[in-house]
Write a protein that binds this ligand. Structure first.
Ligand SMILES: [Zn+2]
Ligand SMILES: [Zn+2]
Length: 373
């Protein structure tokens, strides 16, 4: 801590005549901003947190505030007051206000709290066919893991944490508020029942360090966009506690060729109206094979041809969806001289008006009904 101390009122950004609730509000804002949980491994924030906490401790206490107003920092050090020494001491000094500020609550049951690490989220994007047939992917991410040198205790190697004197190792303290008495997580040891005398140099007492983890993810065949996979126990590890889970959120890229509807696959196949009229055979690549479809003469736009069990493997059962070839009838945009002659002959043979001829159809002919059915 620096020898020159900043003015408490300046630290909390309040007037010198600020009342109790103003001080409390100002402190709450600052404490949330610099709280160690939010600023991990940030020494400056930790210092700031200690400083604002100290300012609050003094200014919220009428007697201490009077001394401070009159004699400044020197007046308080003359009282033997030096402020909290480490963040965990801050928790012991401030007891119930942390309950209001940070929503710590009683866990009940009277036992020491077992900590569980945070769940993690990883976004994984798959190619269309990787999702269809499944794939193995190596993913890398950073997570908090139990510190090895101190086995997550936070205490320097060779030393061990001592029993917390505030809660006598139970991890809970009794708080009296008016007529009520409630059991709350011990602020001194944050519910662990132990206190560290000498910090582990590796994790500075946190018991956890951030480490890169590489993991092979087996994505099952048939997975679809928007699904999340849970990898149990691969989240963050709380010091001497349990691990959270890792959630892998799947995004599947679209295919240029195929359209997926559940486990069915659609392929829009462009076919000339002439071929559709005469009928033909077409060879197409499905997801994993080459197949020949017979298109009968007179096939219409939008008609589908089904190939059973050539769709997407089912995620939950053994089967597969179906593959559909869907006709997209096209009209030739340009005709050669010879092609034009043939088509005009076709039109004449069928009595179809073309060029400057005018077609006169009446709704009663049934033509309109048929086309809109
Ligand atoms: Zn305790
Ligand atoms: Zn450590």
């Amino acid at each position: 801590m620096s020898t020159h101390k900043e003015d408490y009122y300046v630290l909390l950004e309040i007037e010198r005549n600020a009342d109790g609730s103003t001080i409390k509000r100002a402190y709450r804002k600052k404490a949330l901003q610099y709280h160690p949980d939010k600023n991990q491994d940030d020494k400056a924030a930790e210092e700031k947190f200690k400083a604002v906490s100290e300012a609050y401790e003094v200014l919220s206490d009428t007697q201490k505030r009077q001394i401070y107003d009159q004699f400044g920092h020197d007046g308080l050090s003359g009282q033997g007051y030096h402020g909290p020494q480490d963040p965990s001491d801050i928790f012991s000094s401030f007891g119930s206000i942390f309950e209001d500020f940070f929503g710590f609550s009683s866990e009940g049951g009277g036992s020491k709290k077992t900590r569980r690490g945070k769940d993690l989220q990883y976004d994984l994007t798959l190619e269309f066919k990787e999702a269809v047939f499944g794939v193995k992917k190596d993913i890398s991410f950073y997570k908090q893991t139990s510190c090895e040198p101190c086995s997550g205790s936070g205490a320097k190697k060779g030393t061990s944490p001592v029993t917390c004197t505030s809660c006598k190792g139970s991890g809970q303290t009794r708080q009296t508020q008016g007529f009520f008495s409630v059991m709350m997580e011990c602020y001194s040891c944050r519910g662990t029942g132990k206190k560290i005398k000498e910090f582990c140099p590796e994790c500075h007492g946190a018991g956890a360090v951030s480490k890169k983890k590489t993991l092979e993810i087996k994505v099952p065949a048939g997975i679809s966009d928007g699904v999340r996979l849970r990898v149990s126990g691969e989240g963050e590890t709380a010091p001497q506690g349990q691990s959270g889970d890792l959630y892998v959120f799947i995004t599947v890229k679209e295919s240029k060729d195929f359209l997926r509807d559940g486990n069915d696959i659609y392929l829009d196949y462009p076919l000339s109206c002439i071929q559709a009229s005469l009928g033909c055979k077409v060879q197409v690549e499905t997801l994993d094979s080459k197949e020949t479809f017979t298109i009968p003469a007179g096939s219409q736009h939008g008609e589908t041809f089904k190939l059973k069990d050539k769709g997407v493997p089912s995620l939950r059962s053994r089967g597969r969806g179906d593959f559909f070839l869907r006709l997209h009838i096209t009209v030739p945009k340009k005709l050669s001289k010879e092609e034009k002659t043939h088509l005009e002959n076709y039109a004449k043979a069928s009595g179809l008006p073309f060029g400057n001829d005018v077609e006169k159809k009446k709704p009663s002919s049934g033509f309109f009904q048929r086309i809109f059915e």
